[in-house]
Design a protein around this ligand. Structure first.
Ligand code: GLV
Ligand code: MN
Ligand code: MN
Length: 411
C-alpha cells in the first residue's frame, strides 16, 4: 500500500493544535516569531516527537533544524521536506508549521508502510522565514543555499538591538542535546507543503495546488533623517520634519507603483517614528518596503525607481534606501511538478497548477536541488492574520500527496 494510506488526519490535526498552543494569541492566532522563546519551544516539541519515531535531530550554524529518517544508503544526499515554525506577530495556526508537520506526518506514514527509504529523508524547519523580527525573511534557507553570507546574517539585529547570533545562542542552549551539522549539505530534492494563502483553490472547489513557481520580491528599508525640535517654538521654516518627508515618499511611491491591472504588490508594513513624542518634531523615520511582481523585468524596473523617488521627496531631510533582498520570479521544474500532479491524480484529489504570490523557503532551495511545492486551500484566502483556517481534511490531503511524492523521491 502507498505511504499516503497511512497518513492520519486526526494525528496531524492534533499536532497542529499542540503547536498552535505555543505562542497562542488571545484572538486564536499565533505569535511565535523567529528565535523567540516560543520558537525554541516549538523546536523542542518537534525534536521530542521525532524521538518517538527514532528520527535523528541536527541543527546547522544558522539555526535550521532537521530530523532525519535514515535511508539505506547513508552516503546519498537526502530528500528534504518542511517549511518554517516561526510566525508573524499576529500570525495564524498553519502558515509554515503545516509544511513541517505535513513532512513529519509523511515520514510517519512512510515508516508505517514498512518500506525502508533508499535515501534519507530530512524534515526541516527553516530559521526565520517570516522576517518580522529579523529582516529580511527566509534567512535560514538563503544561508543554507549559499545565497546569503552566514556572518552578515548572524549580525542582523531586531528592534531591541538583539542580534540573530545572540538570539540563536539562546535557542541553541535550549536544544543543547541536538548535534550540529554542516551548513548547506548536498540535497537530492526538496518538497514544501503550504497553505495557499489566497482564495483560488477554495473558490474553485479544488483541494491541491501544484505550485508552478513563486513571484519575485524585492525588499528595502528606508531611513529618513531630520532633526528633533520643539513643537511649540520651532517655526515651519526651521523644521526638518522626518515624518512629513517620509509620508511624501510613501505617497509618491504608492502612486508610482499603482497599475491598472492590480498586479504590483507594494507594501509599507513597518513605519517607525522617532522619538515618537507628541511635542517633538520627528527626528527620524525608518520604514520598510515589500515589492512583488510575477514579471522579473517589471520588478527590476519598479524596484529601481524606489531610491530616486525617495530622494526627490526628501526636501530638507536626508534619506538612505537600502535593499535587503532581491529575488526574481521562478518556475519549479516540470518533472517535480508532475510528481505532485500525478500523486494528486492517483489520490483522486481535484487540483490545478497555481503560481505562488507569497514567498517560501522553496525559492532558495530551487537553486540547489529540484524543488516543488504543494498547496492546500486557505479559507477566504485569509493569512498573516489570526483567522487563518484550513480544514483538517484538506490538510491531510496535502500530507497524503506529500507522503507519496517523498516516497517516490526517496524509496
Ligand atoms: C512570506 O511569509 C511572505 O511574506 O511571502
Ligand atoms: Mn509561510
Ligand atoms: Mn508567512
Amino acid at each position: 500500500m502507498s505511504a499516503s494510506t497511512y497518513v492520519d488526519e486526526k494525528r496531524l490535526a492534533q499536532r497542529l493544535a499542540a503547536m498552535a498552543r505555543i505562542g497562542a494569541t488571545e484572538n486564536g492566532g499565533v505569535n511565535r516569531q523567529a528565535l523567540s522563546a516560543e520558537d525554541a519551544a516549538a523546536q523542542r516539541q518537534l525534536v521530542q516527537w521525532g524521538e518517538t519515531l527514532g528520527l535523528k535531530p541536527s541543527i546547522d550554524a544558522i539555526g535550521n533544524l532537521f530530523l532525519r529518517l535514515e535511508g539505506a544508503d547513508t552516503g546519498a544526499p537526502p530528500v528534504l521536506s518542511g517549511s518554517h515554525l516561526d510566525s508573524q506577530p499576529t500570525g495564524g495556526k498553519f502558515d509554515g508549521v503545516f509544511g513541517v508537520l505535513a513532512a513529519f506526518e509523511a515520514v510517519e506514514a512512510i515508516l508505517a508502510s514498512g518500506v525502508k527509504p533508499r535515501v534519507s529523508i530530512d524534515i526541516v524547519a527553516w530559521m526565520n522565514e517570516e522576517g518580522s523580527r529579523f529582516a529580511p525573511g527566509m534567512m535560514g534557507s538563503a544561508v543554507f543555499a549559499g545565497n546569503r553570507a552566514l556572518d552578515a546574517t548572524l549580525a542582523v539585529v531586531d528592534k531591541h538591538n538583539v542580534s540573530v547570533k545572540q538570539a540563536l545562542a539562546e535557542v541553541r542552549e535550549s536544544l543543547r542535546d541536538v548535534p550540529e551539522r554542516a551548513l548547506g549539505e548536498r540535497v537530492s530534492a526538496y518538497v514544501e507543503a503550504h497553505i495557499e494563502q489566497g482564495p483560488h483553490l477554495e473558490n474553485e472547489g479544488l483541494t491541491i495546488g501544484v505550485v508552478s513557481g513563486i513571484q519575485g520580491k524585492r525588499t528595502f528599508t528606508v531611513r529618513v533623517d531630520g532633526e528633533a525640535a520643539h513643537a511649540g517654538t520651532s517655526t515651519r521654516a526651521e523644521r526638518r520634519d522626518a515624518l512629513l518627508a517620509a509620508i511624501a515618499m510613501v505617497q509618491a511611491l504608492a502612486d508610482a507603483m499603482r497599475d491598472d491591472e492590480d498586479i504590483v504588490k507594494f507594501t509599507v508594513g513597518r513605519f517607525d517614528v522617532k522619538p515618537s513624542a507628541p511635542s517633538v518634531v520627528p527626528s527620524s523615520v525608518d520604514f520598510s518596503i515589500d515589492l512583488r511582481h510575477p514579471d522579473s523585468d517589471v520588478l527590476l524596473a519598479l524596484g529601481d525607481r524606489i531610491a530616486p523617488i525617495c530622494e526627490a521627496h526628501a526636501g530638507v531631510c536626508t534619506v538612505r534606501v537600502t535593499e535587503l533582498s532581491s529575488a526574481m520570479s521562478l518556475d519549479f521544474p516540470e518533472p517535480m511538478r508532475a510528481l505532485v500532479r500525478n500523486a494528486a491524480l492517483r489520490l483522486d484529489l481535484r487540483h490545478r497548477d497555481i503560481l505562488s504570490t507569497a514567498g517560501h523557503d522553496a525559492r532558495y532551495l530551487h537553486y540547489v536541488c529540484p524543488s516543488a511545492m504543494i498547496f492546500v486551500p486557505s479559507h477566504l484566502g485569509r493569512t498573516h492574520c489570526e483567522t487563518e483556517y484550513t480544514s483538517s481534511s484538506d490538510l491531510a490531503a496535502g500530507a497524503r500527496v506529500l507522503a507519496d511524492v517523498l516516497s517516490e523521491l526517496a524509496v
